[in-house]
Design a protein around this ligand. Structure first.
Ligand code: AMP
Ligand code: MG
Length: 499
């Protein structure tokens, strides 16, 4: 009995590590650094169960494990090598400078998932960084990645947040923390670029084979598996970025090292959701030229995929000209696929179940009215969903716009279009409410939650935000204020990486 208990304590994770079996130069083995006085801020119990972990044990030992102090048996901690284009400039070596992959587990659905500690100390890839993370960005990543998941958008997940009890030194002295991230994998476009930059054809092939096996097993038998891989990654990114646009998400730092090949959203540094609609919105303090503005994201996705395609060319065809031609077709498909996915989602958002040629124009004219009227992105679609079932709520919809004339004219066109739909109004409204959230992680709420935690060690706002955002499509009357856009004095205009 004692022996059995001892084993469950020592083997809380059924690790099954595959990345560490790849060639040695794919990573650097690295034990996490010690945290002085770790304290478990938050454990994501539903996710822990999904991963097949022992929740009671994690409640007891989570601070030690998720700070990196106790490396669980079976873990093979390592920092992954990668490169990347940052704001358009190529950096041949980045790598996990402050993240350590503990290992992989197979979850209860049979999916392989990475468990990674972010902020667990220096690695051979740290360059001049301290390998640490501050509490604020850790809470931001926790909130936003879990909100994305609840919104139905592929994203890495938050398993835990731990306070280290140690300060980190940025422009100010801040409390330190470690974030435990769960991902389908942490392989990025930049991982391929790492090997391409070294002319390491065998490395690229080994990585591509690994990615096919892990993420796209169906294409193993394709006539040209590497071209099929490129196509598959492009498709997932097209659909992912369309989803971002549907909910007003701005990633903020779409460097090639922050784009996964699995199709999950990763790296929630300076990301933010729009309040009032403006296609040119940029929040990130480091994005001075607006490279990663809201409406630029689909084009940047395509640019990043072209960089991935370049690394795959020698595998796609030994004849470079043929390889380039084939890759270019994939790049074009991405554009078409994005447009299809985006428009389909926008049709859903305005309650159309049939397809007409003029739908694109109808959607665009709503967006123009929103832009001109500085309408809140989320509330516009939420109120339109109400309006679909109840003509009495027209005033509430129009009140979303600072200048309602264009919106009122648009409503006339929308009603005309709906006459050619066969859906009963109540059903249409219900379907719209399934895609138009009531709650998004609004910036000012995130900032309030972070400030309370950092300044007063008060995590109640963080907890409340997590709770309301776990059911974003349900109008929870107790949390009504969380639906509101910021008051002028609450508005957050810039976000910071905080690394
Ligand atoms: P990010 O901005 O988080 O995508 O990170 C870009 C690169 O900088 C990655 O290689 C990170 O590992 C590295 N990095 C970011 N913050 C730190 C830090 N505090 N210490 C060491 N490396 C870091
Ligand atoms: Mg990154």
């Amino acid at each position: 009995m004692t022996q059995a208990l001892e084993n469950t304590r020592r083997q809380p994770f059924a690790f099954d590590n595959s990345y560490s079996r790849l060639p040695q130069h794919f990573f650097a083995r690295q034990t996490p650094s010690r945290a002085e006085e770790p304290w478990l801020i938050k454990l994501n119990e539903p996710l822990a169960k999904e991963l097949g972990l022992d929740v009671e044990m994690l409640k007891r030992d989570g601070a030690e494990i998720f700070s990196g102090n106790m490396v669980p048996e079976g873990a093979d901690p390592l920092a992954m090598a990668y490169a990347g284009h940052q704001f358009g400039g190529f950096v041949p070596q980045l790598g996990d400078g402050r993240a350590i992959l503990l290992g992989e587990v197979i979850d209860i659905h049979g999916r392989r998932r990475d468990i990674q500690l972010k902020g667990a100390g220096q690695t051979p890839f740290s360059r001049r960084g301290d390998g640490r993370a501050a509490l604020g960005p850790v809470l931001r990543e926790y909130i936003v990645s879990e909100a994305m998941h609840a919104l139905g958008i592929p994203a890495t997940r938050a398993l835990a947040a731990v306070s280290t009890g140690q300060p980190v030194y940025r422009e100010q002295v801040l409390p330190g923390a470690v974030f435990t991230r769960v991902a389908a994998s942490h392989i990025r476009v930049g991982t391929f670029q790492f090997f391409a930059a070294r002319g390491d054809a065998e490395g690229i092939r080994a990585l591509a084979d690994y990615v096919i096996e892990r993420h796209y097993p169906d294409i193993k038998d394709a006539a040209n598996p590497y071209l099929a891989l490129f196509e598959a990654v492009s498709e997932r990114q097209a659909s992912l970025i369309a989803r971002w646009l549907h909910i007003g998400f701005i990633h903020g730092v779409m460097n090639t090292d922050n784009m996964t090949v699995s199709g999950e959203t990763i790296d929630f540094g300076p990301c933010a959701f729009m309040d009032s609609y403006d296609a040119a919105t940029v929040f990130s303090s480091i994005d001075q030229n607006g490279r990663y503005a809201y409406a630029s994201q689909p084009g940047i996705g395509q640019w990043n995929l072209a960089r991935l395609g370049e690394t795959l060319l020698p595998l796609i065809d030994p004849d470079l000209e043929k390889a380039v031609a084939a890759a270019n077709i994939v790049i074009e498909h991405y554009g078409e696929r994005f447009q299809i996915d985006w428009l389909r989602g926008m049709r859903d958002k305005i309650g159309l179940s049939t397809v007409e040629d003029d739908d694109l124009e109808l959607v665009q004219s709503l967006l123009s009215a929103m832009q001109a009227g500085r309408a809140d992105f989320t509330l516009t679609f939420l109120r339109l969903s109400h309006l679909a079932a109840d003509n009495g709520s027209e005033a509430a919809f129009l009140a979303t716009f600072a200048e309602p004339d264009a919106a009122a004219a648009w409503l006339g066109r929308w009603h005309e279009r709906l006459e050619r739909e066969t859906w009963p109004a109540a059903e249409r409204s219900a379907a719209m409410l399934k895609v138009n959230p009531a709650f998004i992680p609004r910036n000012h709420r995130i900032e309030q939650a972070i400030t309370a935690a950092v300044e007063d060690a008060d995590f109640s706002l963080f907890e409340a935000l997590l709770k309301v955002l776990s059911r974003p499509y349900e109008e929870q009357p107790d949390f009504a204020p969380y639906m509101e856009p910021p008051k002028p004095e609450e508005r957050v205009l810039q976000t910071f990486c905080g690394t």
